[in-house]
Ligand binder design. Structure first.
Ligand SMILES: [Zn+2]
Length: 280
């Protein structure tokens, strides 16, 4: 016969085993849980009648209902987070840890004819700073809407030409890593919203050219740039598949292509995860 303390330990261990399959079997976790820098962590918040709130690095995160009235936090992990570290989501006063794995991102060397796009002049730098501020504010906005779909549609039908996270060297000088996916499609191709959403920002920016931000809800945000034409205005409700603009090569671009960012809790993450094209 087991002493009392061991018996309660066994009971606790059994309860943990019983609780685990609900999470491991979760369709959402299987598809989206890629806890690497620039990836996504799916964190089980447990059962609750109402949606619990959750934060990561002080920022609100997307919370969705899973099977069996379980709630899941869908957490964006910034590229700057160190692999191997333990991170935590905070929800209802609890610390819920997850470990960040490793992922090696390749390098890319790009030649630009316009040296000003590599080393902008002081006026450009002032403009870039202001534009960055406006765009970061858009990424940090948080609406209470539940996204229409977590698995996103491809905004254009075409092959990938540049992956997420690539370390980029312009004319030999390292700049910010590639924060989105590029698709090789001709200029003028319509860009379709990968989920329903609301247009929260449009602009013509130094690096991104003609740009549209679509908020899918709870900090889950798409950004499209280098467009030749914008077909929406701020405040527009966009249905899933609704056209937001046309492919172009405005801003810092070597030719027409569609660049798409996906952001969660103000962290730019690999859009490939959401179209089931992620490679570890
Ligand atoms: Zn790009």
């Amino acid at each position: 016969m087991l002493p009392l303390i061991s018996r309660s330990f066994v009971a606790a261990a059994l309860a943990l085993c019983l609780a685990l399959p609900a999470y491991a079997d979760s369709y959402i976790a299987r598809l989206l849980n890629k806890p690497v820098p620039g990836g996504v962590a799916v964190v089980d918040l447990g059962p609750a009648i109402q949606a619990p709130k959750a934060t990561f690095q002080g920022k609100p995160v997307l919370v969705v209902k899973d099977q069996d009235a379980h709630w899941l936090a869908i957490v964006g992990i910034p590229l700057s987070v160190k692999p191997g570290t333990s991170q935590q989501v905070i929800s209802a006063g609890r610390n819920l840890p997850f470990t960040v794995g490793n992922k090696k991102y390749p390098e890319q060397h790009i030649t630009l004819k316009n040296q000003r796009q590599v080393n902008p002049n002081p006026d450009d730098l002032k403009r870039i700073e202001q534009e960055l501020d406006i765009q970061v504010r858009a990424y940090r906005s948080f609406s209470p809407v539940t996204p229409s779909n977590l698995l996103l549609d491809k905004p254009v039908d075409g092959p990938l030409s540049s992956k997420f996270g690539v370390r980029r060297f312009f004319n030999g000088e390292e700049r910010n890593p590639h924060a989105g996916l590029d698709f090789a499609v001709p200029a003028g191709t319509p860009i379709k919203s990968p989920a329903a959403g609301k247009v929260i920002l449009i602009g013509n920016y130094f690096f991104n050219g003609n740009t549209v931000f679509v908020d899918h809800g709870q900090g889950f945000i798409s950004m499209f740039c280098h467009m030749s034409k914008i077909d929406v205005k701020v405040g527009d409700a966009v249905p899933r598949g609704g056209v937001v603009g046309r492919v172009g090569s405005t801003g810092r671009a070597t030719g027409p292509h569609m660049h798409w960012n996906v952001s969660l809790n103000d962290a730019r993450v690999d859009p490939a995860i959401f179209i089931n094209a992620f490679q570890p």
